[in-house]
Design a protein around this ligand. Structure first.
Ligand SMILES: Cc1cc2nc3c(=O)[nH]c(=O)nc-3n(C[C@H](O)[C@H](O)[C@H](O)COP(=O)(O)OP(=O)(O)OC[C@H]3O[C@@H](n4cnc5c(N)ncnc54)[C@H](O)[C@@H]3O)c2cc1C
Length: 381
């Protein structure tokens, strides 16, 4: 076993770390304060090939693989969490179109997404179907050379910005429910977006509802076979969860770094906070848990790169990383005391930003369901 990054992976980490430190982190508080979409950050990521990392060069991607992608996403999220989630969804959508799309679909969408000409969105959740994703009720009815979509989606990241959204819809109700996936392009008649959601954190990310009213989507825009959509979206989420783990680790590392600096400087009882064992243990516990989370995320990414099944590994990484990261951000605020509760310092933002990582792309409870189901089916391999 070789326990080190390849030369290219290490180079990507250094490049993205430097970019995020110099360009993203200094603006993250302002982006949060004004709930501003970080357009310029996403453009920089596109310039550097970081929006098509899972897509082959033949389709305009940078083809760096899932390990490099996880490392890069962690660094981006460390600088600006909202930028991280925008990057994560576009990469996930690109990966999914590459895996399941026709040659014509790959050529039509992937290069634009990688170059930043149009981001991607992933539209599964509905007002009445979140964790129970198979319970969606958006329908797609064939009509001539198109499907007619009716229904709505909720909490969709990149929803109002995306050039193309992967939309899951029911194509058969009886005798057996079937779901198909569609590539719905921005500007299609009958396709509209709601107002930006007002959120606890990730305030710079674009989160909207989508509505489909007699929206005609050409048959050539169906992704995969009819009835294959549920498998496609679940496969997409496996990859997405590795990204969410990386994102959570990045946000929490930023919080721990701030806590270390503050503990060195702030004095109480005539000595720096860093001299108190209670504070030291908080820092040590956070670093220990985040290191473990990092290894789990890399294991899942490595399995994805090497073609193994990684559903359970992705869920293990996501549930552990998002929860460890939450604890780390919580401790970081505690290290700051009252100042940690104030907007002048970044740790309250990190605590707000981190919460959603244990909710989206499947809650922690759903990750545990997936892990347990796999254990019962396959044993503890
Ligand atoms: C900021 C943000 C961005 C998002 N972006 C996207 C996106 O781009 N695309 C998209 O499709 N969705 C997106 N989502 C939606 C997200 O994936 C869902 O919110 C999530 O899957 C949970 O669904 P829900 O909100 O309906 O909660 P519910 O499913 O109603 O769950 C409520 C609670 O019940 C628990 N629960 C539910 N079922 C079970 C069970 N079987 N066992 C134990 N506990 C259970 C849950 O864990 C949770 O604690 C986003 C959400 C947010 C907040």
């Amino acid at each position: 076993m070789r326990f080190e990054l390849s030369g290219e992976q290490a180079q990507i980490r250094e490049m993205v770390r430097s970019l995020a430190r110099k360009e993203f982190a200094p603006k993250a508080a302002e982006i949060d304060e004004h709930s501003r979409y970080p357009e310029e950050n996403l453009s920089r990521l596109a310039e550097l090939g970081l929006l098509g990392m899972l897509v082959p060069a033949a389709y305009g991607g940078s083809e760096t693989g899932a390990v490099a992608y996880s490392i890069a996403l962690e660094e981006v999220a460390r600088g600006c969490a909202s930028t991280g989630v925008g990057m994560a969804v576009t990469n996930m959508v690109g990966d999914t179109i590459y895996r399941f799309g026709s040659e014509e679909q790959r050529r039509r969408f992937l290069a634009d997404m990688a170059s930043g000409a149009g981001s991607g969105a992933f539209a599964l959740t509905e007002p009445s179907a979140g964790s129970d994703a198979f319970g969606i009720s958006t329908v797609a009815v064939p009509d001539g050379d198109a499907y007619v979509l009716n229904g709505s989606k909720t909490f969709i990241t990149n929803g109002s910005r995306a050039r193309v959204a992967i939309v899951a819809a029911v194509t058969q109700k009886e005798p057996k429910k079937q779901i198909s996936a569609f590539l719905v392009e921005h500007g299609t008649r009958g396709y509209s977006c709601g107002r930006p959601e007002r959120k606890l954190g990730l305030k710079g990310s674009d989160t909207v509802s989508l509505a489909f009213e007699d929206c005609r989507v050409p048959k050539r825009n169906r992704l995969g076979e009819e009835g294959e959509g549920f498998r496609i979206v679940m496969t997409a989420l496996d990859g997405g969860r590795v990204g969410i783990a990386a994102q959570a680790i990045g946000i929490a590392r930023a919080a721990v770094e701030s806590a270390i600096s503050y503990a060195r400087e702030r004095k109480q009882f005539g000595q720096p906070l860093s001299e108190f064992q209670a504070i030291q243990w908080m820092l040590a516990d956070s670093a220990t848990e985040l290191d473990a989370a990092g290894l789990l995320a890399l294991r899942a990414a490595y399995r994805k790169d090497t073609g193994g099944s990684f559903t359970r590994e992705a869920s293990v990484a996501k549930v552990f990383a998002s929860e460890a990261a939450y604890r780390s951000c919580h401790r970081a605020v505690q290290v700051f005391g009252g100042y940690g509760y104030m907007r002048e310092y970044p740790v309250e933002r990190h605590l707000r930003d981190i919460k959603v990582t244990s909710i989206y792309e499947g809650t922690s409870e759903i990750q545990r369901v997936i892990i347990a189901r796999d254990l019962v089916r396959q044993g503890y391999r």
